[in-house]
Design a protein around this ligand. Structure first.
Ligand code: ZN
Length: 157
């Protein structure tokens, strides 16, 4: 039997390397409820995209959000079962900064509907890599804007 391919971080720290169904986590508010449960099940405590710790300071903890890797809208278009969409293996903790970018993510190519777990994971890993690359590019652009410190430009009166 050939070795199964490894998923990218953060999925490797999930039970079974993030390659088996783990069930849903919901109810409550993110930081005290489902986000906390996700942390306990997966060991994930940093933003999946930029890597900032979501537990090292209170201010960072406040930035915790819970993201669908394959977005719900795409899952709906592909008619992927809701239980798959909401399974922990399709979810990551993200900081609110990263979660705010690319909210209307659309894939560049047409994806076929995954019909089994392996196909779903392959799609998840591709979408994750694609979204991560786009999010990091958005960070680069935002950082350049920030570093111009536009709020310091004196207003004309
Ligand atoms: Zn982030």
């Amino acid at each position: 039997m050939s070795e199964p391919s490894l998923s990218p971080e953060p999925f490797r720290s999930y039970p079974y390397g993030g390659r088996q169904w783990l069930g849903r986590t919901k109810h409550g508010i993110c930081r005290r409820g489902y986000g906390l449960r996700h942390q306990r099940v997966t060991g994930q405590s940093a933003c999946a995209y930029c890597g900032i710790s979501l537990v090292d300071t209170y201010d960072h903890w406040l930035m915790m959000s819970y993201d669908h890797v394959i977005p719900s809208s795409i899952c709906k278009a592909l008619v992927i079962p809701q239980a798959w969409v909401d399974d922990i293996i399709n979810r990551v903790l993200a900081c609110s900064g990263c979660n705010g970018f690319r909210n209307r993510y659309q894939p560049q190519e047409h994806f076929a509907c995954p019909t089994n777990l392996d196909a779903f994971i392959t799609l998840r890993d591709r979408v994750f890599a694609d979204r991560r690359e786009r999010i990091l590019l958005s960070h680069k652009e935002d950082r350049q804007f920030y570093e111009r410190r536009p709020w310091t430009i004196p207003t004309m009166r």
